[in-house]
Design a binder for this molecule. Structure first.
Ligand code: FAD
Length: 415
């Protein structure tokens, strides 16, 4: 049976590794992971590259190096034909018995004037380097003046980018206090981190303000020009560097849609979709936030179902070998689909943690933490994730960076 996982991000890599572990080695499994790059990007650490470009390697994990049985195919997924069970790739076509779509999402510009041309999205290393270059150039050219940096969108990425940018410009500006560069975070809803609890939202806002970010909520952007961000109110906010994290949409391969799926995560009996690629609702009927944490949990919930389908097919083939005659793989797949339990995705978040410059804000249960406790949690999350996906060397590199850059700072402030 050919199982194809599309996308090697959090959902795709976790699912592929889980299948490698769960499906017995003597099962009839051909496992292919398709990704548009040979590497997995640890996106939830991407903002840190703004100040520490040397971290780019530590957050880039070679897919073949952390996979065992799966074949990694580096190609762009262009379209999915569920009727024919085929996938059109940039370099050919792939047939599947079971497909899991884990293609993540793309940045939504909502058709707003000038966003594509003048604002920088924040999804990949190229984006992080582009923002860094533009910010540093603005600081260099306007050294005696006050460059303006604007981040549009107050979700997980916008918050962390704004915090990091504030720290970058503070470091870049040295002690020139009269010319403190300004970083503004714009969010059209009434609060930053709109998908999260109110105490977390308040703590994140306070942390952003304490590092010098001006947080403006209830502020909708209507256009971006080479030198300003236009607001619904008619105000023009001067801006040398605009970062756009103002929403997500489905990938082109899914016609720009994020299909809605319930706790079984299925589009049909043989096709599943999970992570940011989908609008997921869990077993409680609750909307699951687009996040790395959700993508990983969904992949773990789905893996036993797919492993069950593969093993079901093995049982069916054993039946056939005992004389029930040849049957096509697809017949045995549908038989085992009805026989096996579907995924029952119950999203259960232990909490959330974001970094805001050198600080962090965490929510654990109903408690909100800042300061050292939150920073330690953030480090723990990043190191644990890398160790879990088999990238212990990357975890070690990040740990070294923590020791080099963070500990002296912590002792200074808190001992
Ligand atoms: C700066 C930043 C900070 C963040 N912080 C947090 C955080 O603190 N906590 C948290 O939980 N989440 C955070 N997130 C969100 C989190 O990164 C996403 O929700 C998560 O990446 C979604 O995982 P995924 O597997 O669905 O998609 P992705 O991780 O985006 O993976 C999709 C994969 O598919 C590949 N792909 C896409 N299209 C194609 C195609 N057509 N063909 C082939 N391959 C393709 C991509 O290259 C990628 O490898 C942050 C995001 C950013 C950008």
């Amino acid at each position: 049976m050919h199982v194809v996982v599309l996308g090697g991000g959090y959902a795709g890599l976790t699912l592929t590794r889980e299948l490698e572990k769960r499906v017995p080695t003597d099962a009839n499994l051909e496992l292919t992971l398709v990704n548009d790059s040979p590497d997995h990007l640890v996106q939830h650490e991407l903002h840190r590259v703004l100040r520490r470009p040397e971290l780019a390697n530590a957050i880039t994990v070679s897919l073949p190096a952390v996979l065992d049985r799966a074949t990694v195919r580096v190609a762009r997924v262009e379209a999915l034909d569920r009727e024919r069970q085929t996938i059109r790739l940039s370099d050919g076509t792939l047939s599947y018995d079971i497909a899991a779509v884990c293609l993540g999402a793309q940045t939504a510009t909502h058709g707003l004037e000038g966003v594509r041309e003048h604002a920088i999205p924040f999804k990949c290393l190229g984006d992080a380097f582009a923002v860094r270059r533009r910010a540093r150039e603005a600081l260099r050219v306007r050294h005696q003046d006050t460059p303006q940096f604007v981040v549009c969108g107050g979700g997980l990425s916008g918050i962390q980018v704004a915090g990091e940018l504030a720290a970058l410009v503070r470091e870049g500006h040295g002690s020139n206090a009269d010319a403190t560069p300004s970083v503004t975070l714009l969010e059209q809803l009434d609060t930053v981190a709109p998908q999260f609890d109110a105490p977390f939202q308040r703590a994140v806002t306070a942390a952003l303000e304490s590092v010098g970010v001006t947080v403006r909520t209830g502020t909708a952007v209507t256009r971006v020009t080479p030198s300003a961000v236009g607001l619904e109110s008619g105000e023009e906010l001067p801006a040398e560097c605009v970062v756009w994290t103002g929403g997500i949409r489905g990938t082109d391969a899914l016609d720009r849609e994020r299909p809605m799926v319930g706790p079984a995560l299925e589009l049909d009996e043989r096709t599943f979709v999970l992570g940011d690629a989908a609008l997921m609702t869990d077993v409680e009927g609750a909307a699951v936030p687009a996040s790395a944490q959700s993508a990983i949990q969904a992949a773990r919930a789905l893996a036993p179902t797919i492993a069950g389908l593969v093993s079901g097919e093995r049982d069916d083939s054993e039946e056939r070998d005992r004389g029930s005659g040849p049957e096509s793989v697809s017949v045995s797949v549908s038989a085992s689909v009805s026989a096996s339990a579907s995924a029952n995705f119950a999203f259960d978040s232990p909490g959330w943690v974001v970094s805001v410059g050198d600080d962090a804000v965490a929510q654990v249960g109903s408690r909100v933490l800042t300061g050292r406790g939150a920073r330690l949690l953030k480090s723990g999350v990043r190191l644990r994730y890398l160790a879990e996906v088999g990238a212990a060397d990357r975890a070690a590199a990040l740990a070294r960076e923590e020791i080099d850059h963070r500990l002296p700072f912590e002792f200074d402030r808190e001992s």
